[in-house]
Design a protein around this ligand. Structure first.
Ligand code: ADP
Ligand code: MG
Length: 246
C-alpha cells in the first residue's frame, strides 16, 4: 500500500529524513514512534505530498512520485494520492462556521462535486461510524475536543480513503477524552483500514499495531512487532526512549 525508497527531506540544507525505506502492507497498522524532532510528522507529510521530497520516491496505492519527476507530474500524482489518503492531525481544523455534517461533506461537495443529498447520505454514514449522528447540526465550538476529533475522522473517511494517516490525533485532548478517539481508531483497524499512526499512546500501540517503526534523527532505527519492541528493544536508542516514558 505504501512504499518509500530512499526518501529524504531537507529543510534549509538540514536533512531531517535520511533515506527512509518504509513499507506498509494493505490492512496493516503501523505505529510510528520516536522522540520529538525525529521526523515522524515530516515522514507522514511526505507520504501525501504536504511536503516536497528532497530525494527518493514515495508510492501509495500504486501511484508513484519520484523526487526527480517533473513538477507537474509530481503534483498530479500527489493529488491522486491525496484523494486516496485521509489524514488526521493533532489540531482538528474543522470549519467553525459549518455544522458537523457540513464539515464532513465539504470535500464531497467541493472535490467530488457530489449532489448535496447524496453527500449528506454518505456524511451521515460516516457520523454513524464515529458515533455522532445526533450532533449533525451542531457547530464545532459546541463539541468537546474528543467529539471534534471524531468529526475530523468522519470528514477524512467521507472521501473513502484506502489509507488513513494519523499524526498525534489525541495529543491535544484532555486525558478523559482520549479513549473515545482511540476507540474509533481501533474500530477502523478492525474493519481492515490501512493505517499509519504517530502517537504517544503506548497501550494503543501494543494492542493495535502490527508493527512499530521507531525513528530517531531522521532514520528508521528499528522495526518490530509491538510485543518484541516493548519487551526487547534492539537498539540503545529505543531502550532509552522507552525508559524515558516510564
Ligand atoms: P516529529 O514529528 O518526530 O517531532 P518533525 O517531523 O516535526 O518531527 O521534525 C523533524 C525535524 O524537522 C525537526 O528538527 C524540525 O525542527 C524540522 N522541521 C519540521 N518541519 C520544518 C519546517 N517546515 N521548516 C524547517 N524545519 C522543519
Ligand atoms: Mg510531529
Amino acid at each position: 500500500m505504501i512504499q518509500t525508497m530512499g526518501l529524504s527531506k531537507s529543510f534549509d540544507g538540514v536533512e531531517v529524513l535520511k533515506s527512509i525505506d518504509l513499507h506498509v502492507a494493505a490492512q496493516e497498522i503501523v505505529v510510528l514512534l520516536g522522540p520529538s524532532g525525529s521526523g515522524k510528522s515530516t515522514l507522514l507529510r511526505c507520504l501525501n505530498g504536504l511536503e516536497q521530497l528532497s530525494g527518493g520516491s514515495v508510492e501509495v496505492n500504486g501511484v508513484r512520485v519520484d523526487s526527480d519527476m517533473p513538477v507537474s507530474r509530481k503534483k498530479a500524482n500527489f493529488n491522486e494520492i491525496r484523494r486516496n489518503t485521509g489524514m488526521v492531525f493533532q489540531q482538528f481544523n474543522l470549519y467553525p462556521h459549518r455544522t458537523v455534517l457540513g464539515n464532513v461533506i465539504e470535500s464531497l461537495l467541493v472535490v467530488k462535486k457530489m449532489q448535496r443529498k447524496e453527500a449528506e447520505l454518505i456524511g451521515m454514514q460516516m457520523l454513524e461510524r464515529v458515533g455522532l449522528t445526533d450532533k449533525r447540526d451542531e457547530y464545532p465550538s459546541r463539541l468537546s475536543g474528543g467529539q471534534q476529533q471524531r468529526v475530523a475522522i468522519a470528514r477524512a473517511l467521507a472521501m473513502q480513503p484506502s489509507i488513513m494517516l494519523f499524526d498525534e490525533p489525541t495529543s491535544a485532548l484532555d486525558p478523559e477524552l482520549v479513549g473515545e478517539v482511540l476507540e474509533v481508531m481501533k474500530q477502523l483497524a478492525k474493519e481492515g483500514m490501512t493505517m499509519v499512526v504517530v502517537t504517544h499512546e503506548m497501550k494503543f500501540a501494543r494492542q493495535v499495531a502490527n508493527r512499530v517503526v521507531f525513528m530517531d534523527g531522521g532514520v528508521i532505527v528499528e522495526e518490530q512487532h509491538p510485543d518484541l519492541f516493548f519487551s526487547q528493544p534492539q537498539s540503545d536508542r529505543a531502550r532509552k526512549f522507552l525508559n524515558q516514558l516510564s
